[in-house]
Ligand binder design. Sequence first.
Ligand code: LP5
Ligand code: MN
Length: 243
Amino acid sequence: MILFISDLHLAPEAPGATRLLLDFLAGRARAAEQLFILGDLFEAWPGDDCLDDPDDRFVSAIVEALRELSAAGVAVSVMHGNRDFLLGDRFSASSGARLLPDPYLLSLPTWQFVLSHGDALCTDDGDYQAFRAQVRQAAWQSSFLSRPLAERRAIAMAARQKSESAKRDKAPSLMDVNPAATDDFLRQNGYASLIHGHTHRPATHDHLVDGIHVERWVLSDWRETAGECLCWNGEELVREVLH
Ligand code: LP5
Ligand code: MN
């Protein structure tokens, strides 16, 4: 059995979602062979050196729980989201989770999935795509990570505020996947079923691409009182609500 989760947006000021994750990792996830976390695990990740912050018990509790799940034999994979694209090798080593490229083709004996955070498919959102192109550059990241952690945390907070105000002026359709870009993506990935997050619009869509029906599963974001995981049981995908 394989489980998929996304968009938990974990932060110290949202203890409910963190509690839900810790219970999930110690409970439901133990029955899986693999767990895929498809981006925005964290509300904001300023760099792996936050692992060294003795006051950041929030981060160490999550990393420790991921490590325990991995040690229990569940293969954990984490994909970057637009909030935690700075998750790096130290996080991977500390948590036991491998970092996945985006997109990632998951080939199973009876089915093929392509996994993505989903933000790259929101191609109508020009200012976001420009932001994404900048912050995903190695040179930009190296320069940003050379700043003190406290400064990076402040910049992240400013960026969050700027993003929230920018979104208020955007049409909802602008912040969803572009249909043509999505069909091209499905075509380029062999018509594999797509599982993604980011849009916070949980639904299952049927795309007809070159005469082939392709499913697109959008994972729900997590709230303080409820989360969601998608379970592949070897035959079908089933959504599970987590309380
Ligand atoms: O994230 P969300 O859900 O609000 O909206 C996203 C897009 N916005 C982003 C920006 C992030 O929220 C910023 C926080 C990232 C923290 C990571 C760690 C530190 C890195 C800091 C990098 C500067 O992803 C939003 C989309 C929306 O999804 C829907 O798809 O519309 O995109 C925008 O709002 C585009 C804006 O142009 C983003 C501007 C971000 C800030 C720019 C730099 C601020 C520098 C401040 C210096 C003091
Ligand atoms: Mn996202």
